[in-house]
Design a protein around this ligand. Structure first.
Ligand SMILES: NC(=O)c1ccc[n+]([C@@H]2O[C@H](COP(=O)([O-])OP(=O)(O)OC[C@H]3O[C@@H](n4cnc5c(N)ncnc54)[C@H](OP(=O)(O)O)[C@@H]3O)[C@@H](O)[C@H]2O)c1
Length: 272
């Protein structure tokens, strides 16, 4: 059986769907089993006291473990789980001790490697396309995007592609003992992302570039935690006018990555 934590999340839901589609025995973990709405063949467990009996492979998303992944990784190793796929990030390479995202994921990587289980540590790079869902409210209301650093570049990833690498890690031997690093297929600015939403929507969208101060207010209102706001501003400032490196995903999933336009088409209802 394959157990997926963070199963209702952006990435987890696609992992569960892929495992279910391919006929695997899958258990999804969520805090709210009653409303998780998985297909009936998918077993569902609450996040509290996860039962690991019969589990051969586990997917760990630290978003589902605010107190850290130590306990679940140790329990998996002790329970005879054979393989662990831990969702990491390319930013583990940032040595700055104040980069909380890097610190948390380096710790995840360390304990996964030391666990004695077979392991895969996917490292998405270039940013998640999902972050631009934060624009949905203002696009819906007034066809406007308010964001800082319009010329900052990233190589945004579709969550389906992140899930596809995790799925390969869970179900094949190809990636064992690896930290596959992959980004979206193209380097594009935030201003360009707003243009692409406008093109798919078929309506003009105005991009209003915010100062750092205004961005703090807008992101705080959108629920972004203070440490993440600081990290984002620093990151965005460093990405202005500089193409983001593209790390192809094809070696890991056998097809090119989905584009930002693909992502917008999959989520266009959120912006209407
Ligand atoms: N954002 C980026 O640009 C980026 C870049 C590189 C890597 N990453 C990686 O991707 C991860 C995010 O993946 P994602 O977008 O799939 O995650 P997500 O959708 O934000 O969260 C996954 C699930 O975790 C559960 N969860 C959320 N908060 C929780 C809490 N306080 N306590 C317990 N459970 C909680 C929720 O499930 P229930 O409500 O059903 O319990 C949620 O559906 C990051 O943690 C990081 O590892 C992100």
């Amino acid at each position: 059986m394959i157990l997926v934590t963070g199963a209702t999340g952006n990435v987890g839901r696609h992992i569960v769907a892929g495992l279910h589609r391919d006929g695997y025995d899958v258990t999804a973990v969520t805090r709210t089993p009653a409303t998780a709405a998985f297909p009936p063949e998918v077993r569902v467990q609450p996040t509290e006291n996860i039962d690991l009996s019969g589990v051969e492979s586990i997917f760990v998303n630290i978003a589902a473990f605010p107190d850290g992944p130590d306990e679940i990784v140790a329990r998996a190793a002790d329970s005879g789980v054979q393989r662990i796929v831990g969702l990491s990030t390319y930013s583990v390479g940032d040595p700055n001790p104040r980069n909380a995202i890097a610190v948390r994921h380096r710790h995840l990587e360390d304990i996964v490697r030391a666990s004695g289980m077979e392991w895969v540590l996917p490292r998405p790079a270039g940013g998640f396309a999902m972050t631009t869902l934060e624009w949905a409210g203002s696009i819906k209301r007034e066809r406007t995007v308010r964001a800082p650093y319009g010329e900052a570049h990233g190589a945004p990833l579709h969550e389906k592609d992140i899930a596809a690498v995790c799925l390969a890690g869970l179900t094949t031997k190809d990636l064992l003992g690896q930290e596959p690093q992959f980004s979206g297929p193209e380097s594009i600015s935030y201003r360009r992302r707003a243009e692409i939403i406008s093109e798919v929507l078929g309506e003009p969208i105005t991009f209003v570039e915010l100062t750092d101060e205004d961005a703090r207010v807008v992101w705080a209102e959108a629920g972004v935690p203070p440490h993440a706001i600081q990290a984002r501003l620093g990151m965005f400032a460093s990405m202005v006018g500089v193409s983001h490196p593209v790390d192809p995903i094809e070696p890991f999933i056998g097809r090119p990555g989905l584009t930002y336009a693909d992502w917008v088409r999959d989520h266009i209802d959120a912006f209407r």
